[in-house]
Write a protein that binds this ligand. Sequence first.
Ligand code: HEC
Length: 147
Amino acid sequence: MRIVGVAALAAACSRQAAPYTPGLGEIMTLTQMRHAKLWLAGDAGNWPLASYELDELKEGFDDVVAFHPTHKDAPLPLSELIPKMMDAPLKDLGEAVAAKDRDRFAGAFDDLTKGCNGCHQATNFGFNVVTRPKNNPYANQSFQSPQ
Ligand code: HEC
């Protein structure tokens, strides 16, 4: 009886697809989107949305550490570079958002962007340069505060 149960379970498992692991390029493409949306939200003074995008960015970096601790072309482990380069700017941004301070937000956002590019250089992807968004590519989302 017990053996039959185990066999049935094994058969059920073998029919399931392997768990999906996002590629680093995929996580980075989402990171690029969050980075743009974070700017658009903070620039509009929409602090709840900025806070949300900041959390999503952090989750993306947690996924890099969990799923891609190393990269074949990078001389240093990504799991070391992320805390070293991102923790300070992410913390500053969190404080600027909590204080609803646009000037501080703008400075902290530029520091974050420097961190992104610093890590691209450290991983031999220095040709990949991110900047403050020059316009809003998301015509189907409002970045203004609804209140
Ligand atoms: C751990 C260091 C690291 C940090 C921090 C980092 N990146 Fe990356 N990024 C990479 C690596 C490595 C690649 C190349 C990934 C690959 O092999 O596909 C990459 C690729 C990219 C790409 C190219 C994706 C594509 O397919 O076109 C974009 C855009 C990008 N990153 C944006 C960002 C932004 C925005 C930030 C900061 C908010 C950031 N990255 C922070 C390491 C980092």
